[in-house]
Design a protein around this ligand. Structure first.
Ligand SMILES: Nc1ncnc2c1ncn2[C@@H]1O[C@H](COP(=O)(O)OP(=O)(O)OP(=O)(O)O)[C@@H](O)[C@H]1O
Ligand code: SF4
Ligand SMILES: [Mg+2]
Length: 334
């Protein structure tokens, strides 16, 4: 499948764990924000990470970018181990990978003109003034903003325009990988598809690779080639988006998808709505066996004792479920 088919994916994440030891009253406790996930992002493609709030999406992104220190595991970029790069070596990676955050207002200095904000990474990289000016003009044009925006302050822009500026700035050093952490969630619904289409256009024209984080499955379907469904810092299911949306195997993926309206009313009427019990449990003390056990409508005894491995399913995804994707290839329940 596409998640692993490229001989050398641009980004490889291997058994990544990010645990946060707690202080104070919970002295010996650990938050297992990311608890052993592996995935590849092939060059020129989009891999999405989806899941409820607190499932470990941003922590995974920060570990990839070196903003959070992994407890164990490896991050490889273009075949090179970058897991523990710090200081100047890490800074040099700024021209290879950049992040776009959810809230464009927080990402822009309100006192800096748009031109200066977009030019900032170029100034830090020591590029001459004339090159900076030329590149800012090019970047504004790329993201669909006229040159007059360069002299404006962020408060004179709409949310969508601000996110265009943030994207332009992220592209300033011509990175190959963009990590997009909920890039359209803070925007008005009417603006979201414009920004998603801009991202698709930029990917096509510049050959960009995206690690795209979202809790919104409709957005993921629109933009991603492959997706990982995270649950309590582990992968519940992953695969090409078409297979995930058409034939999800894991009960958690099925529950998430059952909440999205289908365009076909007949299919909508036939489909069972699966409502999850309770909220995502705390990552402070995750279950020994399947992380989903507390909310699973089809659990069996084994689920409490043994963590299910990710197993390829005949429908094209890989799922971690003793019932829906048994590791021994036994009878697959429906
Ligand atoms: N520095 C930290 N110290 C302790 N716990 C943390 C820290 N950072 C994150 N966590 C915890 O790790 C878990 C995963 O957090 P993370 O921010 O990665 O989730 P998320 O999937 O991005 O959620 P959201 O959709 O709300 O952004 C949560 O339980 C969070 O409280
Ligand atoms: S392994 Fe068990 S608890 Fe986990 S999703 Fe499958 S059936 Fe449910
Ligand atoms: Mg987050």
């Amino acid at each position: 499948m596409a998640l692993a088919e490229s001989p050398q994916p641009l980004l490889q994440v291997r058994d990544l764990k990010v645990h946060f030891p707690l202080r104070g009253a919970h002295k010996d406790a650990t938050v297992k924000a990311v608890d052993g996930i592996s995935f590849d992002v092939p060059a020129g493609r989009t891999v999405a990470i989806v899941g409820e709030s607190g499932c470990g999406k941003s922590t995974t992104a920060y570990a990839v970018l070196g903003l959070e220190k992994p407890t164990s595991g490896q991050v490889l970029f273009d075949g090179r181990d970058i897991t523990h790069l710090r200081g100047r070596d890490r800074q040099a990676l700024a021209s290879e990978m950049q992040i776009v955050f959810q809230d464009p207002s927080a990402a822009l200095d309100p006192k800096m003109t748009i031109g200066d904000s977009v030019a900032e990474p170029l100034a830090i990289a020591g590029r001459p003034r004339q090159e900076r000016r030329r590149r800012v003009a090019e970047l504004l044009d790329r993201v669909g903003l006229s040159q007059t925006f360069a002299a404006r302050l962020p408060n004179a822009l709409s949310g969508g325009q601000r996110q265009r500026v943030v994207i332009a700035r992220a592209l300033a050093l011509s990175p190959r990988l963009l990590v997009l952490d909920e890039p359209v969630s803070a925007l008005d619904v009417s603006i979201r598809s414009q920004i998603l289409n801009l991202l698709l256009e930029l990917q096509r024209d510049l050959g960009l690779t995206y690690l795209f984080i979202s809790h919104d499955l409709s957005v993921v379907r629109h933009i991603a080639d492959d997706a990982l469904v995270l649950y309590l810092g582990t992968i519940a299911e992953r695969g090409p988006v078409d297979a995930l949306f058409e034939a999800p195997r894991h009960p958690y993926t099925q529950a998430l998808l059952s909440a999205i309206p289908l365009p076909d009313p007949a299919r909508q009427r036939r489909r069972e709505r699966i409502v999850l019990k309770g909220e995502l449990p705390s990552a402070l003390d995750p279950p020994v066996g399947c992380p989903f056990i507390g909310r699973c409508p089809i659990s069996i005894d084994r689920c409490a004792r043994v963590r299910p491995p990710l197993v390829p399913c005949p429908t094209g995804t890989e799922a971690a479920c003793h019932v829906r994707a048994p590791a021994d290839g036994g009878v697959v329940g429906l």
